[in-house]
Design a protein around this ligand. Structure first.
Ligand code: AP5
Length: 218
């Protein structure tokens, strides 16, 4: 089963994907995480990427599709992928269809996290994540229970880190990009009859329960 987790910046895509990784042993394919890993390399490409991401714009489809194909072609995660933050425009959605066909796979559902934009800035400005296991927390809504460690001992030396694009002006641009380029692809998937709407205004565990129920019926 492959799933797309869909929604605006701060909707909870990463948070809910980590549940699916933990409980269902699925592979989280987050294009944002792959790009942030590239940023750390200090390569020429990383400088271009940082400029685009800090402006809240989309990275080119060629770069993204190349990253995605490397993963979709990996037999060890075949039919067990959560796409988090991809596809983000119609061309990416169509490329995904072609790649899935090529590797004999399909999407079972799009989990559409529905939220009021009014809560997103607070969710994003409060977001921190573990420097080691990457688990996301929120200073307002979901603070870490243990200030020194996550749930496992490998995170004993962790720091809680903030993303450089989590500031108010970049968030406004990210939302604009989402409205203009990403939201319209929902219609493409609605026509295929695979969109499952979820009320993501609820508490994190309630959203998880809704997703669990959807997945168990797939
Ligand atoms: P990306 O990393 O994908 O960021 P995003 O889509 O903007 O999404 P976020 O990671 O901000 O939010 P999320 O929905 O995962 O929320 P989270 O679970 O963390 O992309 C970053 C950039 O990379 C893009 O702007 C673009 O430049 C580039 N890029 C990435 N993919 C690309 C692509 N395919 N094509 C082109 N460019 C691409 O939750 C947020 C916070 O809220 C957390 O603190 C969490 O604890 C809290 N929270 C979550 N759920 C709840 C809840 N129900 N109640 C209260 N708090 C909650």
């Amino acid at each position: 089963m492959n799933i797309i987790i869909f929604g605006p910046p701060g909707a909870g895509k990463g948070t809910q994907s980590s549940f699916l990784v933990e409980k269902k042993n699925m592979f989280q394919l987050s294009t944002g995480d792959l790009l942030r890993a590239e940023l750390k390399s200090g390569s020429d490409l990383s400088k271009q990427l940082k400029e685009i991401m800090d402006a809240g714009k989309l990275v080119s489809d060629d770069i993204i599709n190349n990253l995605i194909e490397k993963k979709i072609s990996d037999p060890s995660i075949k039919n067990n992928i959560i796409f988090d933050g991809f596809p983000r425009n119609l061309d990416q959605a169509k490329s995904l269809d072609q790649m899935l066909k090529k590797y004999d796979q399909k999407i079972s559902a799009i989990i559409n996290l529905k939220v009021d934009y009014s809560v997103l800035v607070k969710r994003i400005s409060g977001r921190v994540s573990c420097s080691i296991c990457k688990k996301p927390f929120n200073e307002f809504f979901d603070p870490p229970v243990d200030p020194k460690n996550c749930a496992n001992s490998q995170c004993e030396t962790r720091e809680l880190i903030k993303r450089s694009d989590d500031n108010e002006s970049t968030v406004t641009n990210r939302l604009k990009t989402y409205d203009e380029q990403t939201l319209p692809i929902l219609d493409y998937y609605r026509e295929k009859g695979i969109v499952k709407d979820v009320d993501a205004m609820k508490a994190i565990n309630e959203v998880t329960d809704e997703i669990k129920a959807i997945i168990s019926n797939l």
